[in-house]
Design a protein around this ligand. Structure first.
Ligand SMILES: Nc1ncnc2c1ncn2[C@@H]1O[C@H](COP(=O)(O)OP(=O)(O)OP(=O)(O)O)[C@@H](O)[C@H]1O
Length: 352
């Protein structure tokens, strides 16, 4: 499929997402990284290509292109015109009817993923995308099969206690992150308040016995729903399938705009370090695991400092940037029947 790159939609910690138009006129989104650094994007391609659900961003294909003498790996996916949930928050929280609707759609997406044996590992508002049909789960760069041995991956602010301690990252970790995401959607801010940096938040999640503060404004059903997600014991935490039957989600009707909770506001991250707490990270395979057999006050702080360093490294401006005007549409591929005088670039199909 030939396609033309359009304006940049957003930049994550390592990839750039742009709009694109196929030769047949279909508009989609393309997530691109330099080929040599595209492991997480290849992983995302692998998972997206195996999934098909109204609650997961649809896969459209992938390829490799040569742009300005750089080999780029491109993941083509459904264009979600309203961006991520966070893009729509704009300082304050979402309306409670929106929180309810998106929460139910995310739970449906999680129920689908978990029934297929996939753990997303990085559920947060930034990874839930919106279009007219509602919310869909995206960004599978941290995903894994439930029985796969994989390094810890995700975003500190949304990590479950068992993940922060480095013990396990299974389906319940996605449900904890969902609980944090509900708070994020409703408040427009962090699920954890009064945390100075990522060390504090990881230590607090791992060992304090606390859960994120549930806004007073939530209805009783909403509070109970979030508590079921934020049970510190992963074995006692509700599953996505159970949550779909929770009274809070039962209130959702496609035609209803029923208010469940009031809008509240807390600070969004402002400093670079605060921002790190919100970015995805992957624990390096060489780092020491946060197992159960260490003294928290000594070994933990070293290990967490490694995490912080990695977060700081990941927050650097990506090495590759689109060098074209972001509003300029450039042809990066044409199909075999294309005009030979057009700006043809080399490309390959990619495999799993
Ligand atoms: N399919 C899509 N349709 C429309 N916009 C998208 C799509 N995918 C991503 N975006 C936009 O691009 C931004 C960057 O997405 P990306 O998945 O690379 O990074 P992220 O989730 O924000 O960060 P990180 O990779 O660090 O977790 C998103 O926040 C969103 O605004």
């Amino acid at each position: 499929m030939g396609w033309t790159r359009g304006p940049v939609l957003g930049r994550g910690s390592s990839a750039t997402v742009s709009t694109a138009t196929s030769t047949s006129g279909e508009v989609f989104a393309v997530k691109s990284m330099e080929l040599s650094q595209a492991q997480s994007l290849r992983k995302e391609q692998y998972f997206l290509s195996t999934l098909s659900s109204p609650y997961v961003v649809s896969y459209k294909g992938c390829d490799v292109s040569n742009e300005d003498n750089k080999m780029m790996y491109n993941l083509l996916m459904q264009y979600m015109r309203f961006g991520s949930i966070v893009d729509g928050i704009n300082g304050g929280g979402l309306k409670s009817s929106e929180v309810l609707r998106y929460t139910k759609e995310i739970v449906r997406g999680l129920e689908y993923l978990h029934s297929r044996g996939v753990v997303h590992c990085d559920i947060k508002g930034r990874n839930v995308l919106i279009d007219e049909s509602g919310a869909k789960i995206g960004d599978f760069g941290c995903a894994k099969w439930v029985d796969e041995e994989a390094t810890i991956c995700g975003t500190p602010m949304f990590m479950a206690p068992e993940v922060a301690r480095g013990e396990e990252q299974g389906f319940p970790a996605d449900v904890w992150a969902l609980g944090c995401t509900v708070i994020e959607m409703a408040t427009g801010g962090s699920p954890w308040s009064n945390v100075a940096d990522a060390v504090s938040v990881l230590y607090r999640i791992a060992f304090s016995g606390e859960i994120p503060e549930i806004p007073d404004e939530f209805s009783d059903e909403a509070k109970d729903f979030v508590r079921k997600c934020l049970n510190r014991d992963p074995r006692a935490r509700w599953t996505a399938k159970q949550l779909l039957k929770h009274p809070y989600l039962q209130q959702f009707d496609d035609n209803s705009k029923q208010m469940i909770c009031e809008k509240v506001y807390t600070d969004s991250p402002t400093s670079i370090l605060d921002q790190d707490v919100w970015n995805s990270m992957e624990e390096p395979s060489t780092s020491s695991s946060l197992g159960t057999d260490f003294a928290p006050s000594t070994c933990l702080s070293n290990s967490l400092r490694q995490r912080i360093k990695q977060l700081a490294d990941k927050s650097e401006i990506p090495k590759w940037r689109c060098e074209k005007e972001e509003t300029e549409w450039i042809t990066i591929r044409i199909n075999e029947d294309g005009d030979g005088k057009a700006k043809q670039r080399s490309s390959d199909r990619c495999g799993r």
